[in-house]
Design a protein around this ligand. Structure first.
Ligand code: AMP
Length: 611
């Protein structure tokens, strides 16, 4: 059976794993390590270097500006990396890393590797996921599934604990990023309930603090500023990381860098002791920064701390005792770290690969959307189609209609966010559905379907039910959303909740009033001669009053007069066609059908497009 490998395509390091006899195994690279630095470099002769070789070159040859690190931060953007006279997209650079992972796996397994499960942060948006998938394709891999990193970690832990349903918190501190996710696992399912993080907080910051300390001390002792010496700084960076790692198990370490600089008096060596206590003091504020995303993820999950049954540590930096102690302090639980924090994500991805290949059975994956998605409807209102934190894969549809008589085109403006008005949310893309047969407003039925696949990629389609005419887009959004931005959007929605709801009702009321006036005037224009003068006068009076209250921004009376006018128009139409009357006007706030549209029963809502 061909293997489906699991790849943790990390910001700092990448790993590839596979399942053997039901157990995940991390593959050792050609250079002999399980962690492959996510670094791409080009040698002087133009040879492409990936992983350890690229990292080594960056240290030994820091003058060359052809080393690319942390490309993951640029996935899904239009960032370009310039190397000599060529430019590369983030997908192409990531593909170079994936190609190496593929080659290492093939050498290790002794067979061709064509399929992979790749992990991404839970907050990655559509374009970032798509870019990751594209990177796989460029590398010659069929990406059978993109899964969230905390989900993969939970899978690695959950394999032998499938009978219980647990609420767990995944605390992931890697080289460059920090993520907290709350999941529910057990009974063969895994669900991300909430996620939050800091894209700019990771092991590199701890390294930097050690570097700063060493540079300052060196300057005090030798009056030499190492910051202007790139070669020295590269050596220091490496030594700082090494010292950080040593301080995870030792209470003190010595940084020893001979011949680091020189002045008139001769060569200068750096030899300094660093204690764990001093290191913890230097990085106290970094540890404090872990609290915000933790609190936010927990609040978003709607769970109390007491309901979290397990805290899992992921990422190499969770080996630092200060991080473990902090995670324990804020969660009130002894964190679980039975599985190597560097490998756990790749192992979970491998297990998922095993499930998809049919090697590991009985597991269903459930992930969630981090923001609501929907479209813009009349009055600039945001109508949600898929709610925030919905489980994916998911498909949902709603039926909409036109806002004007004879309208033959509708614009579908797809947005993401939590605010009630479209303008306050993030635009993901737009398209038009044309050639709708001209008919009175409210008659056409346009079915808008949102579908998020298991990889988190969004497809939106609009179909005219009368003609079956269809248009669709796959969302390729031009910008990125960081966890901070998601946070901000959710927070703003909470802050403006009341104001937005009011504005939404107001906009809908005004739209409906305008539509009602238009209908009434049309009726008077085309069939006025068929009604008694007093009835006509009554309609004209109500139109006039409705216009006045619209002008005066009197929302309450706008709703009231709209209802009255609707009733009058309905009565006149009934009289005209001698149909049994049922003049109750539809309520506004529930997005009820505009006049003339029948609710077909199976749809939850009928709304209308912006003209
Ligand atoms: P990851 O992104 O999960 O591969 O984590 C990489 C980060 O973990 C880097 O900043 C490493 O320096 C850091 N790291 C790895 N091992 C240790 C350790 N024993 N103690 C502290 N940090 C570590």
């Amino acid at each position: 059976m061909p293997k489906i490998v699991g790849i943790d395509l990390g910001t700092t390091n990448s790993l590839v794993a596979f399942v053997e006899a039901g157990q995940p195994v991390v593959i050792t690279s050609a250079e002999g390590s399980e962690l492959v630095p996510s670094i791409v470099g080009f040698s002087k002769s133009g040879e492409r270097l990936v992983g350890d070789l690229a990292k080594r070159q960056a240290i030994s040859n820091p003058e060359r500006t052809t080393t690319i690190i942390s490309i993951k931060r640029h996935m899904g953007t239009d960032f370009k990396a310039q190397i000599d006279d060529k430019v590369y997209t983030p997908q192409e650079i990531s593909a170079m890393i994936l190609q190496k992972m593929k080659a290492d796996a093939e050498a290790f397994l002794g067979e061709a590797v064509e399929k992979a499960v790749i992990t991404v942060p839970a907050y990655f948006n559509d374009s970032e996921r798509q870019a990751t998938k594209d990177a796989g394709t460029i590398a010659g891999l069929e990406v059978v599934r993109i899964i969230n990193e905390p989900t993969a970690a939970a899978i690695a832990y959950g394999l032998d604990k499938q009978q219980e349903l647990l609420k767990i918190l995944v605390f992931d501190l890697g080289g460059g990023t920090f993520d907290v996710s709350v999941l529910e696992i057990g009974e063969g399912t895994y669900q991300v309930i909430s996620t939050c993080g800091d894209m700019r907080l990771g092991g590199d910051d701890w390294d930097q603090r050690i570097m700063d300390y060493l540079v300052d001390e060196f300057k005090k002792q030798n009056s030499i500023d190492l910051r202007i010496d790139r070669v020295a700084m590269q050596r220091l960076k490496d030594a700082a990381e090494q010292a950080k790692k040593e301080l995870s198990t030792e209470t003190a370490t010595t940084v020893n860098l001979p011949f680091l600089a020189a002045d008139a008096s001769g060569p200068k060596h750096l030899e300094m002791e660093l204690t764990r206590a001093r290191f913890e003091e230097l990085t106290k504020d970094l540890v404090e920064r872990l609290k915000g995303p933790f609190d936010k993820a927990l609040a978003d999950s709607g769970l109390r701390l007491g309901q979290i049954q397990k805290v899992i540590l992921v990422g190499g930096c969770t080996r630092m005792p200060m991080v473990q102690a902090f995670a324990k302090k804020i969660s009130g639980k002894e964190p679980t770290r039975d599985v190597d924090p560097d490998k756990v994500v790749s192992m979970g991805a491998a297990i998922q690969g095993g499930v998809l290949a049919g090697e590991v059975k009985d597991m269903v994956l459930l992930d969630v959307t981090s923001l609501s998605m929907g479209i813009e409807t009349a009055g600039g209102v945001f109508t949600r189609i898929i709610e925030r934190n919905s489980q994916i894969p998911i498909s949902k549809q709603k039926v909409f209609t036109t806002a004007a008589d004879g309208q033959t085109t509708v614009e579908v403006h797809v947005l993401q966010g939590e605010r009630d008005l479209a303008a306050h949310n993030r635009s993901l893309g737009r398209f038009e559905l044309k050639n709708i047969p001209p008919s009175p407003k409210g008659i056409p039925q346009i079915e808008v379907a949102f579908e998020i696949d298991a990889n988190g990629i969004l497809n939106v389609s609009a179909r005219d039910r009368a003609t079956n005419n269809k248009q669709k887009i796959t969302i390729q959004s031009p910008t990125n959303l960081t966890p901070e931005e998601i946070d901000r959007m959710v927070k703003e929605a909470q802050t403006y909740q009341e104001e937005d709801a009011k504005l939404k009702v107001e906009r809908q009321a005004r739209t409906l009033a305008d539509q009602e006036i238009e209908s009434a005037e049309k009726l008077l224009r085309e069939h006025g001669s068929r009604f008694a003068t007093d009835k006509l006068q009554r309609v004209r009076d109500v139109i006039e009053r409705l216009r006045a209250v619209l002008e005066a921004l009197d929302e309450e009376r706008t709703i009231e007069y709209t209802k009255v006018l609707k009733g009058l128009v309905y009565n006149l139409s009934s009289e005209m066609y001698a149909q049994p009357a049922e003049p109750e006007a539809a309520p506004m706030s529930g997005g009820a059908p505009p006049p003339g549209v029948s609710d077909s029963g199976d749809e939850e809502i009928l709304s209308w497009f912006q003209k």
